[in-house]
Design a protein around this ligand. Structure first.
Ligand SMILES: [Zn+2]
Length: 327
């Protein structure tokens, strides 16, 4: 099935598990690799350089790296793997690239980043990451950084907006054509992004807070504002962001379909996509690898969605955003 997934943590997983080779072609311990993407019929994958916090390095089989070394290492491994399997997959830096790759019978790999802390308050670093190939940046992860504050159960932190640099950074990203990703961001930060952006922005991996009350999810007002700007939110497979009881460990395609249908009701068919978060989440996962994505398609078909609707959700909405906001 043709689909584009806007978020995974596979790069971190292969660096931690297999620091010597970082094999993305075949990685049995990971949820995503090129072979299974091909088997799934996948069109594209956003491969995020998620910036690990110190405790996460304890499970790494290699040495802890600085942020700069980590970004370079994960990026270079992605490009190296893609170049070695040119018969299957090519790098993409725009929606047009992804369409061309598809016409040529290839899947697409996008390089993205999660947590803007490595930007260190310098627009020049955003440009440097763009020039390296990064086409989407999640402004924060779960801690404050130069862009702003994260999602939080503390209502004061949740209300905090972007920093002055964060506002300049968002304007600059829209100008140069890098997707602004609000997943993990505080609500105050979200509203600043919604006000500043003149082109679509994304929540690469966030669900509906009306269905699952986790603060990582988007409220109905946020979904409407995202949709107003032509943006897309990617359905996240993490149990804590799917269930009404956020301690429940089950992640089912049916529950994902509930979120898709709610987001369509609130923001329309054009504002929902996929952001699996595979390799960054765990639990009783019905879809625990990319090759099982057809289970979500089948669940959505049972909800009565048309082929046209399904194609929008699975890849056309993301392609449109890429064409409108990525240069
Ligand atoms: Zn994340």
């Amino acid at each position: 099935m043709r689909f584009i997934d806007m978020h995974c943590d596979t790069l971190m997983n292969v660096l931690f598990e297999d620091p010597e080779k970082m094999n993305l072609y075949q990685a049995p311990y990971a949820a995503i690799d090129f072979l299974r993407m091909k088997e799934a019929g996948q069109m594209g994958q956003f491969f995020a350089a998620f910036m690990p916090v110190e405790r996460m390095w304890q499970r790494a089989k290699g040495p802890m790296l600085s942020d700069e070394d980590y970004i370079r290492t994960t990026h270079d491994a992605l490009v190296r793997n893609v170049e070695a399997h040119d018969d299957l997959i090519r790098m993409a830096y725009s929606g047009e690239d992804a369409e061309r790759n598809w016409e040529d019978g290839r899947m697409s790999a996008f390089f993205t980043m999660e947590d803007g802390r490595a930007v260190q308050g310098d627009l020049g670093n955003i440009k440097r990451f763009y020039d390296m190939g990064c086409r989407a940046l999640a402004l924060t992860w779960n801690a404050k950084n130069c862009f702003g504050s994260p999602n939080s159960t503390d209502s004061e932190i949740m209300a905090e907006g972007l920093t002055d640099f964060g506002k300049d950074g968002v304007r600059y990203m829209q100008e140069i054509g890098m997707l602004v990703d609000v997943s993990h961001l505080s609500e105050g930060g979200f509203w600043d992004v919604a006000e500043i952006c003149t082109k679509p922005f994304i929540a690469s991996h966030s669900n509906s807070r009306a269905l699952s009350p986790h603060q990582r999810n988007l409220s109905d007002d946020q979904i409407r504002a995202l949709a107003d700007k032509g943006g897309v939110t990617g359905i996240n497979f993490c149990p804590a962001f799917l269930n009404e009881d956020i301690t429940c460990k089950d992640s089912t395609a049916e529950r994902m379909a509930d979120h898709v249908m709610h987001i369509i009701d609130v923001g329309g068919i054009e504002c929902v996509g996929l952001g699996s978060d595979l390799d960054g989440t765990s639990g009783n996962m019905e879809i625990d690898e990319c090759s099982k994505m057809h289970l979500l398609e089948e669940a959505l078909r049972r909800r009565g969605l048309s082929e046209d609707d399904l194609s929008r959700i699975f890849y056309r909405n993301v392609l449109r955003v890429l064409k409108e906001a990525v240069l």
